[in-house]
Design a protein around this ligand. Structure first.
Ligand code: ARG
Length: 286
């Protein structure tokens, strides 16, 4: 069985400079891929002609959910809409911070109906949701790192949504411009490992964004194309355990060397929609 969320990794055998990594229990929302399909292409990973095995997608998703439960986290399941094949990518449904949420307004009409659906689900749980004025795709482009909100733009989320997020969620927002269409959401290009630690792939960002990341996280884990190209950065960390796509083997080894516990999972069917671990996981904070 996997270690519980309270576990603390002994820094034995690690360089003295490495802080001990500590897991904190998390609450996640996920949406089972009962209606998953690739019927349209809104990112370069999607090929509508290619077959998708929905039963396998569901089985892989269930294994991810069980992984979180085994780590001691809570998972709440959002009911999927039959006409929304991408709804499994729950991270895009909003950003929840301090018990309130910025809802999602999707860039593509194909996903437009998901915004109100996730907002209604959050409201039913007592989370106040701000209906966004600007295009913003939730935790796809907004990543919480400690007190900071890293905010992607370039493909989906509009820069005006960054200001909206800062206002609604009362957080410092750091804009980062994405330039490679394979990494169309920030959460495909950057993984949050801890409150002060991230991993990212350099090729996804413009020069200003790279300078910002180097300044804020001088010791970040820089991941190569081999791992990023299998969406290895689409990972979820509880501060100690990093759940990541199994194909990102080098990244897993690098994480272990930094004191994290990599937890590989296979989400190959969902990769056909252009998403992996993080895309399937919306964190409910506060
Ligand atoms: N097919 C979906 C889209 O292109 C995938 C979304 C992946 N989600 C994410 N958080 N990156 O919108």
């Amino acid at each position: 069985p996997a270690p519980r969320a309270e576990a603390v990794l002994a820094p034995e055998g690690l360089p003295a400079a490495l802080p001990p990594r500590r897991a904190t229990p998390r609450r996640y929302a996920m949406c089972r891929p009962d209606h998953f399909a690739v019927r349209y292409a809104i990112n370069p990973w999607m090929h509508p002609g290619d077959p998708v095995d929905r039963d396998l997608a569901v089985a892989q998703w269930e294994a991810l959910r069980q992984t979180y439960l085994d780590l001691g986290h809570v998972v709440e399941v959002v009911p999927g809409l039959p006409e929304q094949p991408d709804m499994v990518f729950a991270a895009n449904g909003g950003v929840v911070l301090g018990g309130r949420a910025l809802g999602a307004r999707f860039a593509h009409v194909e996903r437009a109906a998901e915004g109100p659906a996730f907002a209604a689900w959050l409201r039913a749980r007592g989370v106040p949701v701000h209906e966004p004025e600007h295009v913003g795709e939730g935790e796809g482009d907004f990543l919480v790192v400690g007190d900071r909100l890293l905010a992607g733009t370039g493909f989906r989320t509009a820069p005006a949504a960054h200001e909206e997020a800062a206002r609604v969620l009362d957080a410092e927002v750091v804009p980062l411009r994405l330039v490679d269409p394979r990494y169309y959401h920030l959460d495909t290009a950057l993984a949050v490992l801890a409150d002060d630690d991230v991993a990212y792939v350099r090729g996804a960002f413009d020069p200003d964004a790279l300078a910002t990341l180097e300044r804020l996280y001088p010791h970040a884990l820089v991941v190569g194309e081999q791992d990023a190209g299998v969406l290895g950065l689409n990972a979820v960390s509880d501060g100690l355990h990093v759940v990541l796509p199994a194909a990102a083997t080098r990244m897993a080894a690098d994480l272990a060397a930094r004191g994290y516990v990599p937890v590989p999972v296979d989400l190959s069917e969902l990769l056909k929609g252009g998403g992996s671990v993080k895309c399937c996981t919306l964190e409910l904070r506060g």
